[in-house]
Write a protein that binds this ligand. Structure first.
Ligand SMILES: *Cc1c(COP(=O)(O)O)cnc(C)c1O
Length: 397
């Protein structure tokens, strides 16, 4: 059977993602869309102007497949300055069409039929699709809600990693839970990767969006892990420019070569003028990133407090754009779980959120355990969040 069939509706049309479905529903019902995580304020004007200038300067033809040299150099400098990770901009950095392409190309390059790709569950939706397109088997290890937030189930991890595990795909800071994995959690994953000689792929697109001093720790910074880790990030979240799709992957040269081989036949190359602008943003944009982080922390606090006031059991996220909230108090025989509540919420309250079960293997234990949870985003203006919270009050009113 064609691999796309698993990603489609029975009639053959692409199945809309849950985010597209909830956004469409929110639009139809005039709801405040706290479902899909994109900023409602664009990134800094000077970065946008840099892209305009690059277009005027004639940076309008194919960039080299690996990315324009100034971008690759800025990415290498970023890894060195923030984390002390050394990568050669010529052989260990690949610019991609967003993190999404880096994830897909990495999985397609390194895993295939008969091999397992382990992800954390819940997981970002493109992971399952990319693993399916590679014909590999998707296995998972859960994050479980604790007094310390959602934490990796390190006991389950040992059992989930087998001789067939080729890749371990880590996401920290984690979407949807907002967990920033701590050193012991990362060490437990590293230990298992070494045990079965697996490659680790880490999705770090929220690396700069952490709160209350929680520090992002890249897997590649752990002793001995640089040689078996592909580190993926993107400018979309860091600079509130999600439409530009400038992402990258860094790691050992032989793995980057393998990923480049796939990437060249997916998109060949991407967005030359945007690459120039992001090279500058990475080099000169630290103050903008700090301001975004501070603003997001304030908005996170607003949304968490509002959700709790209304009666949701909200977990304070350490990073990302998202809050997970237990909606148990609002479930009824007619709306028995988070998925049913999410579909009804735009009509009932005029707000859209996404059920956490959409980030789980259908019917899995984790989908069941988190069946009453919803994800809401706080990457919206404060007045939009305030309006959303007021409307959620209708659930109890
Ligand atoms: C948004 C997001 C991505 C996609 O990044 P792009 O650069 O837009 O492709 C990947 N992973 C996670 C966890 C995300 O939230």
């Amino acid at each position: 059977m064609a691999r796309a069939a698993g990603l489609a509706e029975p009639g053959g049309a692409p199945r809309p993602t849950i985010f597209a479905e909830m956004t469409a529903l929110a639009q139809r019902e005039g709801a405040v869309n706290l479902g899909q995580g994109f900023p409602d304020v664009d990134g800094p004007e000077w970065i946008r102007e840099a892209a305009v200038q690059a277009i005027r300067d004639g940076v309008n033809q194919y960039a080299p497949g690996a990315g324009l040299p100034p971008l690759r150099e800025a990415i290498a400098a970023h890894q060195r300055e923030h984390y002390g990770i050394a990568v050669d901009p010529d052989t260990q950095v690949l610019a991609t069409t967003g993190a999404t392409e880096a994830i897909a190309a990495s999985i397609l390059a390194l895993a295939g039929p008969g091999e397992e790709v382990l992800t954390i569950e819940p997981y970002y939706d493109s992971y399952a699709a990319s693993i399916a397109m590679a014909g590999a088997t998707h296995t998972t290890v859960p994050l479980i809600p604790t007094a310390e937030g959602f934490r990796l189930d390190t006991e389950a991890l040992r059992g989930a990693v087998t001789d067939r595990t080729r890749l371990i795909l880590v996401n920290t800071p984690h979407n949807p839970t907002g967990t920033v994995l701590r050193r012991p959690e990362l060490e437990a994953i590293a230990e298992q990767a070494r045990r079965v000689d697996a490659v680790v792929i880490t999705d770090e697109v929220y690396e700069h969006l952490t709160y209350d001093g929680a520090a992002h720790l890249p897997m590649a910074a752990l002793p001995g892990m640089g040689e078996r880790t592909l580190t993926i990030s993107s400018s979309g979240k860091t600079f509130s420019l999600t439409g530009w799709k400038v992402g990258w992957v860094t790691g050992p040269a032989h793995l980057i070569t393998a990923v480049s081989t796939v990437k060249q036949f997916l998109t060949y190359t991407s967005g030359a003028p945007f690459q120039i602008a992001i090279a500058r943003a990475l080099t000169e944009g630290r103050a903008d990133v700090s301001a975004l982080r501070e603003g997001l922390q304030r908005r996170r606090d607003l949304l968490v407090a509002g959700l709790r006031e209304v009666g949701f059991g909200a977990v304070v996220p350490e990073g990302t754009y998202f809050v997970c909230a237990d909606a148990s108090p609002f479930l009824t025989p007619q709306l028995p779980d988070g998925a049913a509540l999410a579909r009804a919420l735009p009509r009932l309250a005029g707000v859209a959120g996404v059920p956490i079960s959409a980030f789980c293997v259908p019917g899995s234990d984790t989908a069941d355990a988190l069946g009453s949870w919803l994800r809401f985003t706080f990457v919206k203006r404060e007045d939009v969040l305030a309006e959303g919270i007021e409307r959620l009050g209708r659930l109890t009113g």
